[in-house]
Design a protein around this ligand. Structure first.
Ligand code: TXA
Ligand code: MG
Length: 338
């Protein structure tokens, strides 16, 4: 299959490009598009064979359910049997935006979308291209991140092509995404609500509205991939969002470890969030912003870039263990090899 790429203005998407993408979606095709978090790989959520094509293109296990993207809260409500007060309050505050709500699902949502589970994950994206696309398509859009399963999520069109060129019908290239990390996933079927995946909507913001949340298991105790039943949230799998190059997280910007690896002949990439300290010669260093939003926006692009250099190892200095950095630390831990 030839993947068609249409360049689109991220702020004022052209009506023709959106109409073409909507046509492909309604015809059962796969369209990758930018959201405010990462690029998504969309299919008509009500078309079983179209959704199955997402799993095929990504190599995604069938027990990993998909997020359904809709234009507004009314459309989200149509997919759920329950619309708790917490959902109404969260939707009013954070939608459109990078928050995914897990709700009890309606029968209209095909099993293939929910991995046959009793819930559905829904989100109203804020990105003008994603908004225009869900509106023009007129159907809910199931969309995981537009990457091969377990690999790094794409924040640029070139990342999507790198992993899915020839496997999808259309890519809307709207330039780099601004948020850079996947949405926060919150399970409202649990009491209190359970944070399944930290993301761009921070836990402090959620707790100020809802009171204390339950947090999903830390990475070390995460579920095993060979679990037969649908996973509560397969984003909880220990290894996920990972580059090909082995990635190691360290707590401080100490160069001892790097020098040791270099003596063994290894070529090292080094990701810090602080310009301080000398860079050992031969090391490819990238300095990310020292605030969590700026860091999140650029993290995947830096990992994609370092991954393409064929280094032996990427060493990442972990940002502080505070709620502000929860999502970033979560993704780094999952990207780590050991
Ligand atoms: O920012 C995002 O959420 C991006 C953009 C494209 O919207 N999408 C995304 O999708 O990250 P994906 O498939 O890569 O991650 C979805 C996460 C997975 O961890 C999945 O297991 C979880 O949401 N999930 C989906 N449906 C669920 C459900 N019914 N119950 C619990 N977890 C669910
Ligand atoms: Mg993903």
């Amino acid at each position: 299959m030839k993947t068609i790429v249409l360049t689109i203005d991220p702020n004022e998407p052209s009506a023709e490009a959106i109409a073409e993408a909507a046509r492909v979606l309604r015809a059962g095709g796969l369209v990758a598009f930018p959201t405010e978090t990462v690029y998504g790989l969309g299919a008509n959520a009500l078309d079983v064979s179209a959704v199955l094509r997402i799993f095929g293109a990504k190599g995604r296990p069938a027990n990993n359910p998909l997020i359904v993207h809709v234009a507004d809260s009314a459309a989200a409500r149509n997919l759920a049997t329950d619309w708790p007060d917490s959902a109404a309050r969260l939707a009013a505050r954070f939608w459109p935006g990078p928050l995914t709500l897990v709700l009890r699902r309606c029968d209209t949502v095909p099993d293939v979308v929910t991995a046959s589970g009793p819930t559905v994950a829904v989100r109203v994206p804020a990105h003008p291209v994603a908004q225009a696309l869900v509106r023009a398509a007129g159907v809910p859009i199931a969309a995981p991140s537009a990457n091969r399963s377990t690999q790094l999520s794409p924040t640029r069109a070139e990342h999507v092509l790198h992993s899915l060129d020839g496997r999808i019908d259309l890519l809307l290239d709207g330039g780099p995404t601004t948020g850079g990390l996947e949405s926060t996933v919150l399970d409202l079927t649990a009491t209190p609500p359970r944070l399944l995946r930290p993301g761009l909507v921070g836990i402090a913001e959620l707790e100020s509205l809802l009171g204390p949340l339950t947090r999903a298991m830390p990475v070390g105790q995460a579920l095993q991939p060979d679990r037969p039943q649908p996973l509560p949230s397969p984003g909880l799998l220990p290894r996920h969002y990972a580059p090909h190059t082995p990635l190691e997280c360290v707590e401080t910007a100490n160069t001892e470890r790097i020098l040791t690896l270099q003596r063994e002949g290894q070529r090292i990439g080094w990701v810090t969030f602080d310009v301080a300290g000398d860079t050992p010669s031969g090391v490819v260093r990238r300095v990310l912003p020292a605030n969590s939003a700026g860091y999140a926006a650029h993290l995947y692009a830096v990992l994609h870039e370092l991954d393409a250099l064929g280094l032996d190892r990427i060493i990442v200095v972990l940002p502080p263990d505070t709620d502000d950095w929860l999502a970033v630390r979560d993704r780094l831990r999952r990207a780590a090899t050991d």
